[in-house]
Design a protein around this ligand. Structure first.
Ligand SMILES: Nc1nc2c(c(=O)[nH]1)N[C@H]1C(S)=C(S)[C@@H](COP(=O)(O)OP(=O)(O)OC[C@H]3O[C@@H](n4cnc5c(=O)[nH]c(N)nc54)[C@H](O)[C@@H]3O)O[C@H]1N2
Ligand SMILES: Nc1nc2c(c(=O)[nH]1)N[C@H]1C(S)=C(S)[C@@H](COP(=O)(O)OP(=O)(O)OC[C@H]3O[C@@H](n4cnc5c(=O)[nH]c(N)nc54)[C@H](O)[C@@H]3O)O[C@H]1N2
Ligand code: SF4
Ligand SMILES: [Mo]
Length: 654
């Protein structure tokens, strides 16, 4: 009998949203997962996580029953119970909170652990029906989206599959070789087929920088200056496209005036870059077309992140290219998320609080009932000491709906077992490309685990909620929400297995007040923000190191530690700094600042410059303290986004 094949989609928070084929092999217990060769992005391969999701599914770390716990006993799992008992307890506490403190004391928090529409969005209907407090989703990419919107009216850029026709590809603060293996593969194809040059701009020798044709290695936080310097060079050398500037842009004169201040000499001082290197890059950018700049979400998560995104995004307009950048296309498609989440259906308003500063609100006692799913915030939010203090308050009841035991479940009063993506049906809307297909169930669901929709509807029934849309058949809701977004507007086709593409907004449409690219943003002026991108003064903290931190190949944030073991608690340090501090390779040291302290092992390497450290992100240090107790929770001024890469620390040998 031939092996059976089922199509599914990796829903992890990732640029690539791989289309996968699960092959059910006769006589074998579990299917095999591999990348779909017919999908132009996935190209038949996955990252080291994609194929291992099946092992993660069956790992001993799976939550298998509802548990009622004493959250102060963090190392105990608690007592197994039946769904009925757990749901009754959760709905009783929810009802009490609503009666005694009102809807604003109820907080829900979720992110993109599984990006499926029926996992991440539809189950939020219960919270919108109640008018519970929500967060502003500012932990990842929001500041960059807002930054692009100031100048372009929206944040979408090119589709990455167009990378293969480029002649010059710039990865700016983007470690794609690790964080987006399929976009990286497309860039390499451009190099092989099209002799494209790959430039990487990164303060450290990242995995991507190692494979670049040119690596520009500036001081962190100086990207706005580099962009202005580039603009100045292009204008001086007559390499700008004046016809395009005239027809498609406004505010160029102001931008030009500012760029004049960024001479090569001044740039050298601020960025630490050699003039010859800057000129080499500027000349390439001015003469080799077509080109595209891929702007990293990672670089954007810093104090000057949104400003950097603004400045970099304006460069293509100088050389006559419409939006020749890519950041995240998550907002490019007309998917009706408000309908899916019930935001546009409810008559109740909801309070919105900062995700970056959530710990402070929680610790101050603003919430009494806290429902978390699809996220592991006790490792991934900044300023953990404060956040965890909030979780442990006696007057906060914490419910976590999870597939696996995590750091966050250790702080829960009730843990509810969730189905994994392999055990349920869904649709994933990618933010890295525009291909969609139905994500099918691949394996039999775990007996005691339940979907997010099931839990939502059970709670809604117990609370006797009347909004009919809470009980709408989920696929009907998806049909309404995505019909306009599909190029073949036929959900049935999608459901029967056809691969579809999403309609995206054309590159030459600008939704700014002027209808053009605004070098000087009128929206920014109205909001009291500088109309031009602004290079901040780099405020070095004396005696401290700047700790950059980013993703590793084997983990999606905190996921896959069940497979690959713990995220290594290490820090990279330059040999000169190590010598000054008398630190040897592999030493256990303390990294600390005003917020907290963690213990890690050193890795002495010149892939980081002096004064800069690098570590993986979101790990747990040697003595059990999370890396995120060091990261600041002061949001950016544009978009209120996170600033994980602006973490200043001291080092101490233990
Ligand atoms: N393997 C894996 N892939 C992932 C994820 C994962 O967890 N694991 N997560 C996904 C998610 S949610 C995200 S947000 C993305 C993030 O993906 P990326 O945008 O690639 O972000 P990082 O991995 O943080 O890498 C950012 C790079 O920017 C550099 N950088 C830091 N500060 C500056 C600066 O001031 N200027 C410049 N020019 N560069 C700077 C860093 O050294 C780093 O190499 O990855 C996605 N892909
Ligand atoms: N220090 C530092 N911290 C950071 C960052 C950084 O650069 N540095 N980056 C930030 C960024 S960009 C991001 S996007 C966030 C990510 O932060 P999180 O979203 O908290 O990251 P994950 O560890 O992927 O957590 C997702 C959780 O969802 C669970 N899950 C998976 N599938 C399902 C499902 O189908 N149903 C349910 N109910 N649960 C499921 C997983 O088991 C996992 O525990 O981290 C942020 N934190
Ligand atoms: S995590 Fe990303 S690269 Fe890996 S299989 Fe999933 S979508 Fe593909
Ligand atoms: Mo992210």
């Amino acid at each position: 009998m031939p092996n059976k094949k089922i199509r599914t989609v990796c829903p992890r928070d990732c640029y690539d949203s791989c289309h996968l084929i699960a092959e059910i092999i006769d006589g074998e217990d579990h299917p095999k997962l591999k990348g779909d060769p017919t999908n132009p992005i996935t190209q038949g391969f996955t990252c080291p996580r994609g194929t291992k999701d099946l092992d993660r599914n069956f790992s001993s770390q799976r939550v298998q029953f509802p548990h009622i716990r004493n959250k102060k006993e963090q190392n105990k799992l608690g007592r197994k119970c039946k769904w009925d008992e757990a749901l009754q307890l959760v709905s009783d506490r929810l009802r009490e909170t609503l009666d005694d403190y009102g809807k604003e004391a109820v907080l829900h928090l979720e992110y993109a652990g599984n990006m499926g529409l029926l996992t991440q969005y539809f189950p939020q209907r219960i919270w919108n029906s109640l008018g519970a407090t929500k967060t502003d989703n500012s932990i990842c990419s929001k500041s960059g989206h807002d930054a692009l919107t100031l100048h372009y009216g929206s944040s979408h850029g090119i589709q990455p599959e167009n990378l293969t026709t480029q002649k010059l590809i710039v990865f700016w603060g983007f470690n794609a070789a690790v964080s987006s293996p399929h976009l990286w593969r497309l860039a390499q194809q451009a190099r092989n087929q099209n002799q494209a040059k790959i430039v990487v701009i990164d303060p450290r020798v990242s995995e991507t920088a190692k494979k670049a044709d040119i690596h520009i290695q500036p001081h962190p936080g100086t990207d706005v200056a580099i962009a202005y310097g580039l603009a100045n060079y292009l204008s001086e050398k007559g390499l700008t496209d004046s016809v395009f500037l005239e027809k498609w842009t406004v505010g160029f004169e102001q931008f030009r005036e500012e760029s004049k201040k960024w001479t090569i000499t001044r740039l050298k001082e601020l960025t630490g870059l050699k003039p010859v290197k800057i000129e080499q890059f500027a000349r390439l950018y001015g003469t080799v077309h077509p080109s595209v700049i891929l702007i990293g979400l990672g670089m954007q998560k810093s104090r000057n992140g949104a400003e950097a995104v603004r400045a970099i995004s304006l460069l293509p307009a100088l050389i006559g290219l419409h939006r020749a950048f890519f950041y995240s296309n998550g907002e490019a498609y007309p998917v009706n998320y408000q309908y899916l989440t019930g935001e546009s259906l409810t008559s109740k308003s909801s309070k919105v609080v900062s995700q970056v500063q959530l710990g402070r609100h929680l610790a101050e006692g603003a919430f009494k009932f806290f429902y978390i799913y699809n996220m592991n915030p006790a490792l991934t939010l900044p300023n953990q000491i404060v956040f965890r203090k909030g979780l442990l308050r006696d007057d906060v009841f914490v419910v976590v709906h999870e597939t696996h035991w995590t750091e966050t479940t250790r702080y829960a009063d009730v843990v509810l077992p969730a189905l994994t993506y392999l055990e349920k049906e869904d649709v994933v809307i990618p933010w890295g490309h525009h291909y969609v297909q139905k994500s099918n169930r691949v394996i039999q669901p775990d007996e005691a685990s339940r979907s997010e929709i099931w839990v939502m509807q059970q709670l809604a029934q117990r609370l006797d909620l009347k909004d009919e849309w809470l009980f709408q058949p989920p696929w009907q809701a998806i049909k309404v929400a995505i019909n306009k977004a599909l190029t073949i507007p036929n959900l049935n086709k999608l459901l029967s297995g056809t691969q579809a593409t999403l309609n995206s907004i054309p590159l030459d449409e600008y939704f700014t007040p002027s209808g053009k690219i605004e070098f000087a943003s009128s929206t920014a002026s109205k909001q009291g923000i500088s109309p031009l991108p602004k290079q901040a003064i780099i405020q070095e903290e004396p005696g401290q190191f700047l700790l950059l931190n980013s993703a590793l190949r084997n983990y999606t944030h905190t996921q896959f530690q069940e497979i690959y073991g713990e995220i290594p608690p290490i820090v990279h340090i330059h040999p000169v700094d190590a010598k000054t501090l008398k630190i040897k390779d592999g030493d256990e040291i303390q990294i600390y600042n005003k917020q907290g302290a963690i213990q890690v092992h050193t890795n002495i390497t010149d892939t980081v410059p002096p004064g800069i450290l690098w570590s993986p992100r979101q790990f747990i240090g040697k003595k059990g303290k999370p890396q995120n107790c060091l990261t600041p929770d002061t949001p950016q001024s544009i978009g209120n986004g996170s600033v994980f890469n602006s973490t200043w620390v001291h080092l101490k040998k233990i």
